[in-house]
Design a protein around this ligand. Sequence first.
Ligand SMILES: [Fe+2]
Length: 369
Amino acid sequence: MSDLLKNFKKHGVVVLKNFFTNHEINLISERAKELASSKFEYLYLISENKINKSFLSKPKFDSIKNELLSCCVRKTNEKELRIKTLENFVDFVQPILKKYNSEDYLIEELHAVFSRPSCAIPEDLLFDDVFSSVFFTDKIINLYKELLQSEKLIYSGESHIGYNYPPVHGWHADDQVNYKENTSEKTFEIRGGVYYHSDEKNSGGIKHLPGSHYYISPSKLIKKLIKKILWRENFNNSIFNTRILFSKNSFFGKRDFGAWDKRLLHSPWAVKLKKFSWLNLSPSIEKRFHRGSFPRSLAERNPFPRSLSILDIGRQSKALDSYHEFMSERRDYQDYWRMKSKLLSQNFISKLASKNITLNDYCIKKASY
Ligand SMILES: [Fe+2]
């Protein structure tokens, strides 16, 4: 067994440093920018309402707040301004911050306040010509085959490009259904992710709970036992898979590729402290560096912009079918699956088959009919 596979089995996550070439990262980045501009009417909305609900409502930010509002009125005659690109946002905000000698990182905070809540571009990474020249390659597909220990793969259409995400903190699993079950089945679906704008020197990586895809923590085991006794809920865990788990921060460079079991618990943003970069804080504390009273200057700056593209591939498994059933019913995913209906074409199915991948069309078909 390779070290990579051994590591993945134990921790449920691997980060491959400099996996992509600079050319591949430029292709992803340019295509994402092009699509963001054609698919989104605007990337930022500056409004009085957002200003008043944000940290800008504190008296010490009065001058910036008033300047922002008066710029909006000057430009649009209203207290609301839509900005189409990241570059235009920087051009708009930077002079105001300079005028009031604000800290450099304030632009990241303003980005989080004004950027649109969802910046996922639902273009498919294996369908789009540019993205598939980077992702539909032997380098990528063979990695999934090795980690899943299967020559036959399943693709259900779950892949997209995120563009310029605002920070989000908090634990979650990408496959919540099977994380809850915690059946200690070996990996059946992997999420691969590339933070194609990031720099590992900065904050803003990802916080994992290694082992949480397979092992069960003592507190979760006790909760499941109580639910079994009181409400006869499923309890199909082996107590021998109980472990005390410790979280770990991973800070990504733009060429790195992370692959994690979709049941793995993680928080999608990690704070790197300047003097104690090894210190791993809980997401509830990290939040305070952005929205609370913790001195922001103690932490390394955030990557700005910060974007994640993801590609999910699995292998045959009943647990994967349960996940698809759950995802097919999520109301917030109905448009996502409908936009993927182009994957049902014979050409695309044959393209996947050329690398021994089958299209599982369950979610797409259920949303389309
Ligand atoms: Fe996630």
